[in-house]
Ligand binder design. Sequence first.
Ligand code: BYC
Length: 333
Amino acid sequence: MYTQALNERIDGPRVVEDPEKLAAFQARIDAEEKIEPNDWMPEAYRRTLVRQISQHAHSEVVGMLPEGNWLTRAPTLKRKAALLAKIQDEGGHGLYLYAAAETLGVSREELYEQLLSGKAKYSSIFNYPTLTWADIGCIGWLVDGAAIMNQIPLCRTSYGPYARAMIRICKEESFHQRQGYEIMLALCRGTPEQKAMAQDALNRWWWPALMMFGPPDSESVHTEQSMRWKIKRFTNDELRQKFVDATVPQAHYLGLTIPDPELRYDEATGHWRYGPIDWDEFKRVIAGFGPCNRERLAARRKAHEEGRWVREAAIAHAEKRRMRERAQRLAAE
Ligand code: BYC
């Protein structure tokens, strides 16, 4: 029943599935088997994956923009080389993820069109501006840190191509997080002005980083079903708590203050308890009204337009090659 209900919420006609097939599919999931592209799967499972994987891919390519803003202003050659490598990795992550989504019967062009038209979502975090060099440190430390927390469990997600893509992505994310933390460490050990810049960046990025994990479990539309299908292995709130527990001591090591007056260590549970998150801000940002939504989509549209001649040339070249090969084959016959 829940499968049918889910189908109504996700784009596409409602599909009524064969209960026997559904039960056999769930048994495979429960037995921790990986689902592969040619296996039977409920339509709602396929749509959920296309939605999540494509949003993830879009987040990677939009996520290149806030950091790209600092490439020409990186403080040293070494910093510039590391940042450049990180941004290129993100482009690569987008490509693996679009390829994983394509195994579910959608084309990359179709998915990209959904991003450019504003129909598809991408992570809320990339709609915030990067005002100082410390923001690049915070993106690596907090944004990639949150991404790792969310993505390590995705290496065990039930859909094979997604799980395999995530293994490689997570290795690279780990370097990204370290380079960010190292930027923060250098700033915090620097002049008082540099430390103040690090604190200011933490003040601005902390709450948006917590929002990356998605709405609270009580309001998360997809969590319950995605957990049953083992697409998600932890709920949004569970991952958010793991992130807070891992990150607070790192902030203390830097000598920085987390901008949350209600933050306190709970001896009984061993968890850091945090204050209320501004979910109205989150809703505004994912509805398209964050500080940089327009700018981000405009940049992606411009890049797509400027790359048109490359795509056309590649298609023309492939066509020419195909014709030549065909002519050679005919001549040989
Ligand atoms: N931003 O029912 P829920 C990176 C949407 S890339 C925007 O909990 P779900 C990086 C959600 O899509 C980081 N939208 O959904 C890159 C849904 O809307 P729809 C990206 C959000 O899917 C470059 C609605 O809210 N990571 O780290 O069960 C440089 C209800 O939510 C957000 C991934 O994509 C958000 N933050 O759980 C540096 C990881 N949160 O689709 C770093 C894979 C929720 O019904 N994705 N929404 O219109 C996931 O793990 C899950 O999709 C989420 C959401 C935990 C994000």
